[in-house]
Write a protein that binds this ligand. Structure first.
Ligand code: T3D
Length: 258
């Protein structure tokens, strides 16, 4: 049995964490398999959007704590450096939209993997927990970078120190996620949006993501310069010409992704 289910439907890759009996918590093998699938999504030109979700009742309960303390298991430094850091970097570096459908509880690294995605939908029955403080750890998987940028310094600090559970509807209100959805509609809605993204002008969306990533550290002048540079690149694409022609000809564009 694979710990990551993977399928490609037309131009959309669907990645499902598949360790449902342990709430999709990560062991090393699963983290490495997840990385391989993310690399495949980055490299395969046919894949133009990615949807990440979990099998069963949870999205992901973070690190498998039994593995974390096992004498035969990977050391804590390795867990962070070899498992979670590459996952977060891959999600941020894939120049294609990455949508997350949080189908149940997202705790620890599981929460921060979801929050690293470009557009996050969550079932109204799901919740987000910065579970690290309850076991004496610090938030990893980019949480200290991502969460304050999403919801502000105060709220992020409180959630990380207190480890309080945040329901999806509150997460939407505070800007942590894009939308909370009725549980029965989650997969249909997230798949519909991810499919729509997979038919859009992929090169332009990828450059948008590159600009947004850079905005975390750039000042305004550098960001304006980068926008100019990336707009020039976008303007050389097939899809730009197709988009403009379709507009002028009053028809739907037929984008190729380049
Ligand atoms: O070395 C390092 O650790 C560094 C890396 C850190 C990254 C991290 O992610 S640290 C944070 C790790 N995660 C947690 O601390 C969360 C632990 N889990 C929970 O707090 C709860 O399970 C949940 C709030 C997520 C869900 O609660 P509930 O009541 O819905 O489910 P449950 O009954 O607690 O769990 C169901 C099963 O999943 C249960 O197994 P069993 O008894 O049926 O055989 C439980 O032990 C297992 N499970 C849940 N989370 C984990 C887990 N097993 C291993 N590791 C887990 N993280």
């Amino acid at each position: 049995m694979s710990l990551i289910n993977f399928e490609v439907i037309d131009n959309l890759a669907i990645i499902k964490l598949n360790r449902a009996d342990k709430l999709n918590s990560f062991i090393r093998e699963m983290a490495l398999e997840f990385q391989d699938r993310l690399k495949q999504c980055a490299e395969d030109a046919n894949i133009r959007a990615v949807l990440i979700t979990g099998e069963g009742r949870a999205f992901c309960a973070g690190q498998d704590l039994a593995e974390a303390i096992s004498e035969d298991g990977p050391e804590l430094t390795k867990i962070v450096e070899e498992h979670y850091n590459p996952i977060i970097e891959l999600i941020r570096k894939i120049e294609k939209p990455v949508v997350c459908a949080v189908n149940g509880v997202a705790a620890g690294a599981g929460a921060n993997i979801a929050l690293a995605c470009d557009i996050v939908f969550a079932s109204k029955a799901s919740s987000f927990i910065q579970a690290f403080s309850a076991i004496g750890l610090i938030p990893d998987s980019g949480g200290t970078f991502t969460l304050p940028r999403l919801i502000g310094w105060q709220k992020a600090t409180a959630l990380m120190m207190l480890g309080d559970k945040v329901g999806a509807e509150d997460a939407e209100k505070m800007g942590m996620i894009y939308k909370a959805i009725e549980p029965d509609d989650l997969m249909e809605e997230a798949t519909k949006v991810a499919t729509r993204l997979s038919k859009m002008a992929t090169y332009g969306l990828g450059l948008t993501k590159r600009a947004l990533n850079a905005s975390f550290t750039n000042d305004l002048k550098s960001q304006l310069a980068l926008e100019g540079e990336l707009q020039t690149l976008a303007g050389t694409s097939y899809d730009y010409k197709e988009g403009v022609n379709a507009f002028l000809e009053k028809r739907k564009p037929n984008y190729k992704g380049n």
